[in-house]
Ligand binder design. Structure first.
Ligand SMILES: [Cu+2]
Length: 114
């Protein structure tokens, strides 16, 4: 127990002293940078296999989707905003966010992967 307390409190003290030594401007930017990183971390890479504008559906070969507990696969998603499909074509590389909406796997955000 003594060991555990010692190893836990020392890093905490170091972290606190490091934080207080950061100049004010850098500290003010940190939350925004962290939020941006978190947002892009939720995006998953994929490749468009089929675009079905009439049905508002998109077939994507996607990488691991941790949020939905899915391994890489090719599958059909609903698309929440059909306007997202307008620019897409088979073979496009994309980054997207998928969620379960009314029980259906649905793309809620999508952008081109440059
Ligand atoms: Cu899947």
């Amino acid at each position: 127990m003594r060991m555990k307390t010692g190893t836990c409190s020392l890093p905490l003290l170091l972290a606190l002293s490091a934080a207080s030594s950061i100049p004010a401007p850098a500290r003010a930017d940190a939350p925004a940078a962290a939020a941006a990183a978190a947002a892009s971390a939720g995006m998953v890479s994929g490749e468009v296999r089929k675009v079905d504008r009439d049905a508002g559906k998109l077939t994507i070969r996607h990488g691991p989707l941790a949020s939905l507990n899915m391994p890489p696969m090719t599958m059909v998603f609903r698309v929440r905003d059909a306007a997202l499909l307008a620019q897409l074509k088979r073979g496009d590389r994309i980054r997207f966010v998928a969620d379960r909406v009314d029980g259906a796997f649905t793309v809620t955000r999508l952008e081109a992967d440059e």
